[in-house]
Design a protein around this ligand. Sequence first.
Ligand SMILES: N[C@H](CCC(=O)O)C(=O)O
Length: 259
Amino acid sequence: MSDKSIGIFDSGVGGTSIWKEIHQLLPNEHTIYLADSINAPYGTKGTKKITELSVKNTEFLLKKDCKLIVVACNTATTNAIDYLRKTFDVPFIGIEPAIKPAALNTKTNAVGILATKGTLSSALFSKTSGRFASNIKLIEREGTGIVELIESGKLRSDEMRTLLHQYLEPMLKAHIDYLVLGCTHYPYLIPILLELLPNHVKIIDSGEAVARQTKAILEKNNLLNTAKVNPKLEFYTNGSVEVMQSLLGNSLDIDYLKF
Ligand SMILES: N[C@H](CCC(=O)O)C(=O)O
């Protein structure tokens, strides 16, 4: 049993989509979320820079005595998680695009994946796609510009619809029946994607799986918080508090903090 916090970080506000899944599954846990929005997007940076920023984020959360770190960012996971695991003595949970379930279930043998350049060009991504998707057509598109629009509060904008339309077009031409969201900012696009995609295309993201894995690793290490307390929910950002608030809503008792 441990009443220390779960630490969660992302390049910005996107990882709050993962935080929601974790909080829903583990409502007793104290959490500290770190949005490094000033350095977003990570997806256009190289592995060295992404690793450097991930180390800085981890150090921030460890100074706050977190018991486990969730890397709520596909780009940071695919580029830096091996280094983090080797460097810090704390359990890490990462997130990767959910290619496996899409590849196993596709009927058209064509799966679309929308992710950042940093994720799609990573060694971990090519290993995973080689392993699970070698027999299917994988239509990869970099979601250039999407993270920037979300970070600047333009989630529901004409610019966003234009970008998404452009990225989905080649996927629809290839008759995909699954779209894998390979960036934690993208679950916030689901209402718009549902309007743009035909009904038979299913959208998959990895949020729930990450929450389940977080629970399993806490259990395994005897770190679950079994006390029935009101959890402390702290959200640190070096970007806009308003944008973060707009994604999380007002119903939760959240402390928003600048760093
Ligand atoms: N939310 C991130 C990072 C996007 C970015 O900063 O480019 C991800 O899952 O990849």
